[in-house]
Design a protein around this ligand. Structure first.
Ligand code: SAM
Length: 220
């Protein structure tokens, strides 16, 4: 339950210096803010791929399951230890319930990318309120994303894919990326190839359903 992990009362109370020691200056202040958040990061495959693609960007995975979070922590520490080029210092993970505590971690306009990759489907109608993409939660995501920030979603469950796309389409603060923008974004292909869930779907020859939207600057 929630009582098993600390909940910061505001983003100012989150000490990311412990997560990113190589980005800490002499006065113990962190030099950068986290910009990417992988929500429900699972085993951390996406973070690990993004770490070397964006070596100067701080990224955090958010994961509810304790053991999975511990696994990702260890995985990142091992990569840091064995990297000869000082890589993987820019990724880390926190255990939290992202459906409740996103605004406790990030300030308004802090994030430039948010990932919701292969989230749990919650098939039954009465459980739709547990889905990580909903009109209500998109209000929170629009708040923590900066103008021009991108939200990436993908699933192998067609009905959930339709649902996430419909929520994003009807939200006033998001617009779909064009085909050209999708092709030129190097992150898009990682949604499947870098995530453990995506790899599993690919092995089984399954289909995926993607929705990638931009947080707009204002509502006209
Ligand atoms: N994104 C990863 C991937 O594509 O390989 C993992 C996908 S897995 C099917 C969904 C993950 O979301 C699980 O690891 C689960 O524990 C996590 N999760 C579910 N609800 C969550 C919540 N409210 N907050 C944080 N993580 C959550």
């Amino acid at each position: 339950s929630d009582s098993h992990f600390p909940i910061p009362i505001s983003p100012a109370h989150v000490d990311f210096s412990l997560h990113f020691p190589k980005f800490v200056e002499a006065d113990n202040k962190i030099t950068k803010k986290v910009e990417f958040a992988d929500i429900g990061c699972g085993f951390g495959g996406l973070l690990i791929s993004l770490a070397t693609l964006f070596p100067d960007t701080l990224m955090i995975g958010m994961e509810l399951r304790d053991k999975v979070t511990e696994y990702v922590k260890e995985r990142i520490l091992a990569l840091r230890r064995t990297s000869s080029e000082g890589q993987y210092e820019n990724i880390s993970v926190v255990r939290t319930n992202s459906m409740k505590y996103i605004p406790n971690y990030f300030e308004k306009g802090q994030l430039s990318k948010m990932f919701f990759l292969f989230p749990d489907p919650h098939f039954k109608e009465k459980n739709h309120r547990r889905r990580v993409i909903s009109t209500h939660l998109l209000d929170e995501y629009a708040y923590v994303l900066k103008a021009g920030g991108i939200i990436y979603t993908i699933t192998d469950v067609e009905e959930l894919g339709e649902w996430m796309k419909a929520c994003l389409e009807k939200h006033p603060m998001f617009e779909s990326l064009t085909q050209e923008e999708l092709y030129s974004d190097p992150v898009v292909e990682l949604l499947c190839s870098a995530t453990e869930e995506g790899q599993k779907v690919a092995r089984n020859g399954g289909q995926t359903f993607r929705a990638v939207f931009r947080r707009i600057a204002y509502v006209s």
